[in-house]
Design a protein around this ligand. Sequence first.
Ligand code: 1CP
Length: 340
Amino acid sequence: MIVRETLLGKKTARLPLWFMRQAGRYLPEYQAIRHNFSDFMAFCYSPKEATEVTLQPITRFDLDAAIIFSDILVIPDALGQRVSFKKNHGPVLEKYKIKNYVDVDDDSFSIDLAPVYEAISQTRAKLSKDKALFGFAGTPWTLACYMIEEGKSEHFSKIINHCSDKDFDVLLDLLTHKVTLHLKNQIKAGADVVQLFDSWAIKAPAEDRERLLINPFIKIAKAIHQDFPSTPIVYYSRGEASLSVAIARAVEEHLPDVPIALGLWQGVDFADITPHTTLPLQGNLDPELLLQGDEAMEIAAKKICSHMAERPFVFNLGHGIIKETPPENLTRLIRCVRGG
Ligand code: 1CP
């Protein structure tokens, strides 16, 4: 399992690779199954179909890891803030009412999300033993963005106005606890690695980073490590290089023995990270380059690989695959990274 070994800090015979949003709308075989569901969340809660689409990119491209087909928004949904997807509009969440979520007990939360865990165990049983299966969750901050904005947002004004309130700490603590539970449940079901997505890290006021981003992450990683000491934890953030460096410092200070890796988005240059930490890294080719799929993509991919040649490194994109990307472009990129 070269992805897992690399994320544990070991050097492997070849560079491992997988892609964020590798199961998804750019694949015709995904669309064929997606068309059977009018409700995207119902698709997420169908273990048989979720297993099938999780395995599709592995079958087609022989990637080194699978990521379970689910969504970060299953957590608000299981807390009772129901999520729906409107066509070409993205997610819409019910009206935000914190008092309804604080009483959701762990058992009923885990029962609600049992289909996700069932999909993980079915996938793990079918996936070849040399390939890692990722479980995942959104970070408390990124989930709070969707919950308070009640969906996809343009300006993030509600969360920015709300994030210094007392109520907000209640939400952050609640999400820290439930994210930990969801990740532990996924590991119990068979996930080999877990990844936290902090897709909206960039919107957190810089002076509040510690409280909003770093402390919740450290708490989650510590709790996971207590029960599952050999499971690597990847922290992916769409934020500045200084945030990744701050996370690395906090890890060195508070969790020196925990296998944590950093996932980087394309806005961050590896050269701004590598002098400051020895943590394993993952990323960060621009998905726009994959969409184009030309020589510029190969040049950028080779530059990343040569910069990271001496370190534990998992090749990936800096963010998810764009829906219009021709699948052949992935074949070309994989050949380039694997040196064919
Ligand atoms: O109609 C469709 O088919 C919906 C498209 C789609 C897919 C394929 C959504 C809706 N979610 C997913 C699956 C998904 N989401 C996966 C598993 C598949 C894989 O990666 O191979 C994962 C890991 C996610 C994670 C996710 N969901 C994130 C974090 C990563 C990121 O992209 O930053 C976020 C922010 C979401 C929310 C979400 N779900 C779906 C959409 C379109 C969005 C983004 C909404 C927005 O733009 O704010």
